[in-house]
Design a protein around this ligand. Structure first.
Ligand code: GDP
Ligand code: FE
Ligand code: FE
Length: 197
């Protein structure tokens, strides 16, 4: 994986840039997502360059200050309703503008998969599903359901999207946190796959 085609940068330069904007823990997470996304791309016959690169940069904007996201929402005339949300929702949906500015990524499929990596969408491409699931199951993740999610991810990708979405919605509701409408749309589009073998 060189990613040169999509970034115009060497892998070394890209890694250095990504590492410079995040904590060591998060850098290890994105390396884990890169690896998990490449593995899923191999299994489900998706483009490994796109999957690996999207995995590596999906949380590029996660440590950006709130004010920078609010400024990007104005600058790119995004839906002002977005301003009511926070980092968890912004770092994907708004983060792609920072990624375009800083890393010069223009590939629409890569950008889309990063845009929706937290909230999903009612229609997701193979790449979108791979990035969404890889983020949840990468090897540094350690929560009670992760082993089950990893097994499902090897067997049925739609079921893995459903599993992750159902548990995210459950987790947010259990903590009385707001749920972004697009997350609910993802839930409604995918929950039925949880009943598949
Ligand atoms: P991370 O960036 O690798 O930590 O993972 P994600 O981008 O998938 O999720 C970031 C955070 O956003 C997690 O704590 C999720 O529980 C949370 N999250 C996911 N969906 C929603 C949503 O619809 N609303 C809110 N408020 N938070 C969400
Ligand atoms: Fe994220
Ligand atoms: Fe992540």
């Amino acid at each position: 994986m060189t990613y040169q085609k999509y970034t115009g940068m060497s892998r070394e330069a890209l890694l250095e840039k990504v590492q410079s904007v995040m904590s060591e823990k998060r850098f290890n997470h994105v390396l884990g997502v890169e690896k998990a996304a490449i593995n899923l791309a191999e299994l489900y016959k998706c483009d490994k360059e796109r999957a690996g690169l999207a995995g590596l940069i999906h949380d590029y904007a996660k440590e950006l200050p709130d004010q920078d996201f609010l400024d990007l929402i104005d600058k790119y005339q995004l839906d002002p309703e977005l301003k009511k949300w926070g980092n968890n929702v912004w770092h994907g949906l708004v983060g792609i503008y920072k990624i375009q500015e800083d890393l010069g990524i223009t590939d629409p499929e890569i950008l889309r998969s990063i845009e929706i990596h937290t909230v999903g969408a009612n229609e997701m491409t193979l790449l979108d599903k791979i990035v969404y699931v890889a983020d949840y199951i990468e090897h540094n993740r350690n929560f009670p359901l992760v082993q089950e999610a990893r097994v499902i991810a090897q067997q049925n990708l739609d079921k893995a999207v459903a599993f992750e979405t159902v548990h995210t919605v459950e987790h947010l509701a259990h903590q009385a946190l707001p749920i972004f409408p697009q997350t609910i749309e993802t839930y409604n589009a995918f929950y039925k796959y949880l009943k598949e073998d």
